[in-house]
Design a protein around this ligand. Sequence first.
Ligand SMILES: CC(C)(COP(=O)(O)OP(=O)(O)OC[C@H]1O[C@@H](n2cnc3c(N)ncnc32)[C@H](O)[C@@H]1OP(=O)(O)O)[C@@H](O)C(=O)NCCC(=O)NCCS
Length: 227
Amino acid sequence: MRKFGPDPNKAFPNENIKSLCYIRNIITRSNIVVGEYTYYDDPDGAENFEKHVTHHYDFNGDKLIIGKFCAIARGIEFIMNGANHRMCSVTTYPFNIMGGGWEKCTPKPEDLPLKGDTIVGNDVWIGQNVTVLPGVHIGDGAIIGANSVVTKDVPPYAIVGGNPAKLLRKRFDDETIDFLLKLKWWDWSAEKIFANLETLCSGDLTKIKHPKSRCRKTGPCKKRILG
Ligand SMILES: CC(C)(COP(=O)(O)OP(=O)(O)OC[C@H]1O[C@@H](n2cnc3c(N)ncnc32)[C@H](O)[C@@H]1OP(=O)(O)O)[C@@H](O)C(=O)NCCC(=O)NCCS
């Protein structure tokens, strides 16, 4: 059988880089969903990715959903909805979790500021020590700068940074962004990605308009122009 890249079903795709883990293959919680090839890189144990998804309680029902081919650097912190205390009351102190009778004031779900699922698209690069707050949606192809705190949605192919993270610039012009969002190269087969790897890694963005449909065993790869 021909190989078209690393095995997406392995936790550690490259045995020489122990800090790099395909997190889909180590997830134990049903409320975290991760696409193929998305990795977490952490010399202190990338297999501990789930420890970086905090305050994630089943009773809130919120999910962390991450697409394919994302690169997540060490120090990520996905803060989920369970982190937010009731704010509409005199005090934000969570008496109920201390017990001793204080549980009589357990907040109702509607008293808590629930902001929904946290969603990271495909081909997103998240720099070192980034914090993502509950309910944030990060678009395909976005870049999150080092040490950012992401408080609001990030548009596709945007570069954001800072605390709170603000738009630094768009990666490409709108026409190219629309094209890439329709192309969805991350959904291609491993073979088609392999055939187009040089194009995907090229700074010449005209090439991606003419991807090869697949890598043939004999003869050159066929080209197909996307409309
Ligand atoms: C976001 C990033 C990709 C931008 O790179 P770049 O395009 O070369 O950026 P520049 O250095 O040209 O900076 C452009 C502007 O963005 C600002 N900026 C850059 N990175 C920033 C960050 N992390 N937070 C806030 N602002 C940032 C710069 O101050 C500059 O602002 P100005 O235009 O007002 O002067 C890069 O700075 C970064 O944070 N990379 C992450 C690296 C990392 O953590 N890797 C982990 C291992 S994979």
